[in-house]
Write a protein that binds this ligand. Structure first.
Ligand code: PLP
Length: 265
């Protein structure tokens, strides 16, 4: 086994979605597609299908710490991706984990709702992420509804939310898939003033796991050494293609196709 030939390792602290559309499975597939190795540590279990989520259970803090410590002691973690945390205590647990990874880029997807609208955490979890995780994140990737919760601006535009949230983090990527513009506008706000807008064609349908796909791809790109703005562009392009090629395995939302069909051949 040659460690020098190993792909960059991305520690994923996310929930498990048994439909396979979102959560850790999305992270693993997206990271494989970037040429990275995913180290998936479970923060929460959910009961859900492709339509919606009906229940979830956040793991004990000690279990999550133990998983992360085992990985950190063994593997050279090159980036960390956060998905569903589910509780304020889990936010604090992640802060503790990140203290053991100084300088490692963190991508924070502030997951609070499933695609079908069901809750994956109370708004307090979002406020704790804003206060304690956004300041240590390289990039935060809320969609517009999540940005509105974090900014406490229920009707806010992306610019209005960013005006409030940019104070908390270095790079804030507010995705526009939930907006009403004809084209999707994804806006990357850099603390200090710059805003990069990435537009793409709006695809029909609604998707399960698009945010997870984007955030984990972005973490993978950072792990590979790409600069933030370029990594965001790469991650948005890849995610768009996974949505264009999405499939509908169940009765609900479409699931992004993150790996080519001939992946194993
Ligand atoms: N993480 C978990 C465990 C989930 O179940 C979900 C949605 O159901 C998400 C994250 C967020 O999914 P999306 O990428 O669709 O926002």
């Amino acid at each position: 086994m040659n460690r020098h030939n190993s792909r960059p390792v991305v520690l994923c602290l996310s929930g498990h979605d048994p439909s396979g559309g979102a959560g850790l499975q999305a992270d693993i597939e997206a990271l494989l597609a970037q040429g990275c190795h995913a180290a998936p540590a479970v923060t929460a279990l959910t009961v859900q299908d492709t339509v919606n989520v009906s229940d979830f259970r956040v793991l004990d803090r000690d279990w999550v710490l133990a998983q992360a410590r085992a990985i950190i002691a063994d593997l050279p973690v090159a980036a960390v991706k956060l998905g569903m945390l589910g509780s304020v205590q889990m936010v604090d647990t992640v802060v503790e984990i990140m203290q053991a990874l100084p300088g490692v880029p963190l991508v924070c997807d502030p997951v609070l709702r499933a695609g079908g609208g069901g809750s994956l955490g109370k708004d307090d979890v979002g406020y704790a992420m804003r206060e304690r995780l956004l300041p240590i994140a390289a990039v935060a990737t809320p969609n517009l509804p999540e940005a509105r919760i974090l900014a406490e601006l229920p009707e806010g535009t992306a610019d209005e939310c960013a005006a409030k949230l940019s104070a908390y983090c270095q790079h804030l990527l507010i995705t526009g898939g939930h907006g009403d513009e004809a084209e999707v506008h994804n806006r990357l706000y850099v603390r200090g003033g710059d805003c990069h807008t990435f537009t793409c064609a709006r695809l029909p349908g609604s998707y399960h796991g698009s945010g997870c796909t984007l955030a984990s791809t972005l973490a993978g790109r950072l792990a590979l050494g790409e600069e933030v703005v370029s990594a965001v562009r790469s991650a948005l392009d890849y995610t768009w293609r996974t949505l264009r090629d999405a499939e509908q395995p169940g009765h609900g939302q479409f699931v992004p196709r993150r790996l080519p069909l001939d992946f194993c051949s």
